[in-house]
Ligand binder design. Structure first.
Ligand code: GLU
Length: 480
């Protein structure tokens, strides 16, 4: 059974890079009929917050990555919050100490830092060995600290040898014998380090595939050494390439929005985000670009994940979002649009009671928006009476076309039923009788009614504006 996990640290928002990692882990599990686990890595007590955990989970849910096991759901291998697993880490650290594979270090941070600086000043790599760390203090000093009740950190005695990681994305990655030194498993406060907790958890949670950003590559060799020391099966690793901004530097806030929440607020659809994120490093076998969730699950595999960095292109995401907006059913569009037009254009109650009209109005601007946040502006044609365009009025008077609009006003006023078909018929009839060319009529008509030179289909717009508004806007223009 394939088991993947997403293991965010709740120290901030869900970054698009994190969302991409979560997506690939999710897709890989789903594609292979496996399970996807959410684990919260909150052992950094100072930086972890409950709000961040909550918002990460909300964003993941919004994107549609439903996990099979997690802090909110439980599961066979819980708890799924590292802060609730401290005892487990302590037990395993003790086991390694008992087996002679890890050892106590009573030295303080400053003493370790001094050692580091010394090594660097001698042009040596700052890699600790047991001898180095244990000779920092004399046996008497250790005794003194013990007696003073000071707790030691626990360090892993790294088995130094060359290791080759067969990464599912990067291929063979070689780590030389000297690529790392001993490192802490538990801090003196009893809390685990990332490299230790992640190994214990991935092993005990039976994770088969660890999919994560390649910024963790150098950690992986430490983790493999730990798997070996603990006698655990080593999972497969897939390290995803960095995401770059358009200027080819690592994607950061400087390049614009980088948080999923921000995109949600800016009117992006989860479907579009997911599709776009999937293409950050992965490609469809037929190089298709618009790929819905089900097809992603069917087609995704790690063998089509690129080693090269992906370049983030918000313009493409925005284009894609427009495509997904067009694909929404009117009912879905109505739901997604709500938070963008309530309470600015409608109050809660109106949004429900005017549902039929709102759905039609939304449909009328569906092809005009790329993000939902453009809706208030696009829908404003229905709510804002435009100022009279005096220049246009003069021109129409001069050419005599103004007469056609007077007839149109009269025709609309006396129209029996305000229906699309009858509006269309009567508008055509007025145009025909006036002998004005279509172009010289429709374009100014839109301008008179909306103050804009483009927008929803004109007859539809007239219908949705309603007789009262249409007649009053025409009248204002003609008489104002
Ligand atoms: N908590 C780690 C992070 O957010 C997880 C890394 C991993 O997937 O192993 O970077």
């Amino acid at each position: 059974m394939i088991r993947t996990r997403f293991a965010p640290s709740p120290t901030g928002y869900l970054h698009v890079g994190g969302a991409r990692t979560a997506l690939f882990s999710f897709l890989y599990a789903r594609k292979h009929g496996g399970q996807f686990v959410l684990r919260i890595e909150d052992t950094d007590v100072e930086r972890s917050t409950k709000e961040s955990e909550k918002s990460l989970m909300e964003d993941l849910k919004w994107l549609g990555f439903d996990w099979d096991e997690g802090p909110d759901k439980g599961g066979e291998y819980g708890p799924y919050r590292q802060s609730e697993r401290i005892k487990i880490y302590q037990e395993y650290a003790q086991k390694l100490v008992d087996e002679g594979k890890a050892y106590y270090v009573y030295a303080e941070a400053e003493e370790l830092e001094k050692l580091r600086e010394e090594l660097i000043s001698k042009s040596q790599a700052p890699h600790y060995t047991r001898e180095m760390l244990q000779s920092l203090l004399s046996p008497e000093e250790v005794e003194e600290r013990k007696n003073a009740g000071k707790k030691p950190a626990i360090y892993f005695a790294m088995d130094r040898k060359e290791r080759i990681l067969k990464d599912l994305v990067k291929g063979d990655v070689r780590f030389g014998e000297d690529s790392m030194g001993d490192f802490a498993l538990l801090r003196s406060n009893g809390l685990p380090t990332y490299n230790f907790a992640v190994v214990i958890d991935d092993a005990l949670m039976k994770i088969t595939h660890v999919i994560r950003g390649d910024d963790h590559l150098s950690n992986t060799v430490k983790q493999i050494a730990l798997y070996e020391a603990l006698g655990f099966d080593i999972p497969q690793f897939a390290h995803l390439s960095t995401i770059l901004g358009p200027d080819r530097s690592r994607l950061s806030k400087r390049h614009g929005s980088t948080s999923v929440e921000e995109y949600r607020k800016r009117g992006y659809l989860p479907q579009a985000m997911v599709n776009y994120l999937a293409l950050l490093g992965w490609s469809h076998p037929q190089l298709k670009e618009l790929i819905d969730f089900d097809e992603l699950i069917r087609e995704f595999d790690l063998d089509r994940v690129s080693k090269n960095p992906a370049v983030y292109d918000e313009k493409k995401l925005t284009w894609m979002n427009g495509q997904y907006i067009r694909k929404l059913s009117n009912e879905e569009f109505y739901e997604y649009a709500k938070s963008f037009v309530v309470p600015t254009l409608f109050n809660e109650e109106e949004y429900v009671t005017n549902k039929k009209w709102i759905m039609l109005a939304l449909e009328s601007v569906k092809t005009e928006v790329e993000t939902l946040s453009e809706l208030p502006e696009k829908l404003s044609v229905y709510f804002e009476e435009p100022a009279v365009n005096l220049k246009l009025k003069k021109a129409l008077e001069k050419s005599g076309v103004i007469m056609a609009f007077k007839s149109l006003r009269d025709a609309y006023e006396s129209l029996n039923e305000w229906k699309i078909e009858s509006i269309l018929d009567v508008t055509r009839k007025v145009l025909k009788d006036s002998k004005v060319k279509g172009k010289e009529f429709y374009h100014p008509l839109r301008e008179i009614l909306t103050g804009k030179d483009s927008g929803p289909d004109l007859v539809n717009l007239i219908f949705l504006l309603g007789r009262e508004n249409v007649v009053s806007r025409l009248r204002k223009f003609l008489e104002g």
